[in-house]
Write a protein that binds this ligand. Structure first.
Ligand SMILES: [Zn+2]
Ligand SMILES: [Zn+2]
Length: 185
């Protein structure tokens, strides 16, 4: 369904039009191209679409947003370097306040990073930065093709998940000889 857009401005897919949100509880579902978040993911990248499901609880000029992001991350196994993919889930939590706050309220809200203060005349809020941060926080540091991935042989590079390589015997020999050398010295 087409969304009504304010004249002249282009609404980003991650934007919420504040006055379109009804009072009370409502649900939203966004499907995003991860490229839209301009993530600098490093070793891993998001593949497929990013699903963002959340509910908004609006009470006058306060919008409580709670939801979840679902995506897929692709990269390499840290041990055997084979391509891997895994699910990425990230929570989304945010409180928007669109009204004039007293000094004390402002101070309290300023300390809470889940609270965003909006100017009384604000028309829309772009969740892009929030979504971006949520994804970055949940990106794995390492991925493995499986928990017990045996990795690569340090000598010949053979993927040990597919069986032992010819160096297996030689490797243990050299370990023993290293021990022997230690004892002698
Ligand atoms: Zn692996
Ligand atoms: Zn080997």
């Amino acid at each position: 369904m087409a969304r009504r857009r304010p004249e002249g401005g282009k609404v980003p897919p991650t934007a919420l039009i504040l006055d379109e949100i009804e009072e009370g509880l409502s649900r939203r579902q966004l499907e995003l191209d991860p490229a839209h978040l301009e993530l600098d993911e490093g070793e891993f990248r998001l593949v497929g679409s990013l699903q963002v499901g959340f509910r908004i609880n609006r009470s006058a000029q306060t919008y409580q947003i709670e939801g979840q992001l679902h995506g897929r991350v692709a990269g390499e196994c840290a041990r055997c370097l084979e391509p891997v993919e895994q699910d990425l889930e990230a929570p989304l939590q945010l409180l928007l306040q669109r009204h004039q706050l007293s000094g004390d309220e402002r101070e309290a809200a300023g300390e809470d990073e889940d609270v965003e203060l909006l100017a009384p005349g604000a028309k829309q809020v772009d969740l892009k930065e929030r979504l971006r941060e949520a994804v970055l926080l949940e990106l794995p540091i390492r991925m493995y093709c499986r928990e017990d991935c045996k990795g690569l042989c340090v000598q010949c590079g053979h993927n040990l998940n597919t069986g032992a390589c010819a160096c297996a015997a030689g490797q243990s020999d050299s370990r023993w000889s290293a021990l022997r050398d230690l004892k002698l010295s």
